[in-house]
Design a protein around this ligand. Structure first.
Ligand SMILES: [Zn+2]
Length: 479
């Protein structure tokens, strides 16, 4: 019988030998330089295991496969030849709206690594909180990490809600990830989602007005003043520390959901447009993101931005990787045509903060990210967990697991090598494996609710004074 693994390896050859691998079996390692990075071969024969790889990551993934095989019971003789389809296989956790501490993050990271995910996209700044310590600007966390109340979805959670990750804690997470071959991609969101920064430094907004970090979900008009040279220098100084803290290649600079109301009435922003010879605000955002991306290139990094920043037509495919979440005009594809690289995080399939009624496991599994990208340029996939409505760590885990496993499967296997029923059975068999790592997963009878149940779940989720977020997204769609 073929073993059930997630992600499904490229090739499994079962030799029919039934000699089970004992707990204390010897594992030997062979360096095989001709194998690509992250690829491995795992041979189980005569009660011993042999791992061949050209990189430490390959050895790590072979060990991950072996631990899943063991979790599934007796391991017979077999040869597995395996390598990933995409180099970028990510999961996003938003630590701004609600956040979870280092040890909790570690258990999610550990579980993700066991399914061969290799990017942790850490959303660290937003309207509702600034969660990363920046030594040069202590006010960012003194003021920006504290909101006096929380009213997401109209629910009064009391207050205040306060906290951030110190640089030591960040380094602890980065090291923990590196040991598991996961690169942390920090996100410092600009020029929108900037209220918490402006709470600390109102002078970097267009109006200079004083404000507090936001207490509800939604899209706020409090954007950065991109016409203010001091504000631009400020974000570059912040990025200097971020680049030091996070040794990986990518730095995410947001670039999503930035309303134009403040810019349109701002002398500095309009003067900047004149100086740049541009006449629309999409181009103003594009020029700003491109400037920051070039700055990151000068520091040996690559910027990632959400797809909205493509609207201004200013991004260079050499400087920026674009993350697609909602792109009705297929700007990502046009970007790819020019040689640009894209990460796929489709809102309707890979946003796991929504209930299973809206995004059942089967729907996420069936999604084919390559279908959105007829042009080459897809570097990988990422599942997102925003936390406006995630108020407990258990809820965070249950929203992510098992849905994030569909991202792990796509990212590693590319086009599916098995049907949904087989994938689902594999996921079910691996639940105890997740639980052992301190990760509660949603029970299987709730993974694919029946149609009526789906409607009920979605209604229950969106009822009440919600949902500015959804209204904002709808408005965004219409543009
Ligand atoms: Zn301005």
């Amino acid at each position: 019988m073929k073993p059930t693994l997630i992600p499904q390896p490229r090739e499994i050859i079962c030799s029919g030998g039934a000699s089970a691998l004992p707990e204390n079996a010897s594992v030997t390692f062979v360096n095989k330089p001709e194998l690509p990075d992250e690829a491995y071969e795992l041979k189980i024969e005569n009660g011993a295991a042999e791992i061949a790889a050209s990189s430490k990551a390959g050895v790590f993934y072979a060990a991950a496969t072996l631990s899943q095989l063991r979790a599934n019971g007796a391991v017979g003789d077999m040869l597995i030849r395996d390598e990933p389809a995409y180099p970028y296989r990510g999961f996003l956790i938003d630590s701004c709206r609600h956040f979870y501490r280092v040890n909790e993050l570690k258990s999610v990271i550990d579980a993700a690594a066991r399914f061969k995910l290799n990017r942790f996209h850490w959303h660290l700044t937003d309207d509702q909180g600034w969660r990363v310590e920046i030594k040069r600007y202590p006010k960012l966390t003194e003021i920006g990490s504290r909101r006096s109340g929380s009213h997401f979805g109209g629910v009064d959670e009391g207050g205040p809600y306060v906290g951030y990750f110190t640089q030591d804690e960040i380094r602890e997470i980065v090291d923990y990830c590196m040991e598991r071959f996961i690169e942390v991609v920090p996100e410092i969101d600009m020029p929108g989602h900037f209220t918490a920064a402006l709470a600390a430094f109102p002078e970097f907004g267009c109006t200079g007005e004083h404000m507090e970090p936001a207490q509800k979900e939604g899209i706020y008009p409090n954007v950065m003043c991109v016409g203010n040279d001091g504000a631009v220098a400020f974000v570059k100084n912040v990025l200097d520390e971020v680049c030091e803290l996070f040794p990986g290649k990518y730095v995410h600079i947001g670039g999503d959901e930035a309303p134009r109301t403040r810019w349109s009435r701002c002398e500095k922003c309009n003067a900047k447009m004149k100086a740049l010879g541009i006449t629309d605000y999409d181009a103003l955002q594009g020029c700003f993101i491109e400037e920051i991306a070039e700055y990151l290139v000068s520091k040996g990094k690559t910027a990632v931005t959400w797809n909205e920043s493509l609207k201004g037509g200013r991004l260079s495919p050499e400087h920026v990787v674009v993350q697609r979440w909602m792109d009705r005009k297929n700007l990502c594809e046009a970007f790819a045509k020019k040689g640009g690289k894209v990460i796929e995080s489709d809102f309707y399939h890979y946003y796991f903060d929504y209930p299973f009624g809206m995004t059942p496991l089967k729907k996420a599994f069936k999604y084919d990210p390559a279908s959105k990208h007829r042009e080459a340029g897809l570097v990988g996939v990422e599942g997102a967990l925003w936390t406006e409505y995630v108020r407990t760590f258990d809820d965070l885990c249950e929203k992510l697991f098992p849905r994030i496993l569909t991202v792990a499967e796509r990212g590693w296997s590319g086009s599916p090598k098995r049907d949904y029923a087989e994938f689902r059975a594999a996921a079910e068999s691996l639940i105890p494996f997740l639980n052992e790592q301190g990760i509660p997963a949603l029970p299987p009878d709730r993974w694919d609710p029946a149609p009526l149940k789906r409607i009920k779940e979605v209604r229950a989720f969106f009822k009440g004074p919600l949902n500015n977020d959804l209204i904002g997204q709808m408005r965004e769609n219409k543009k």
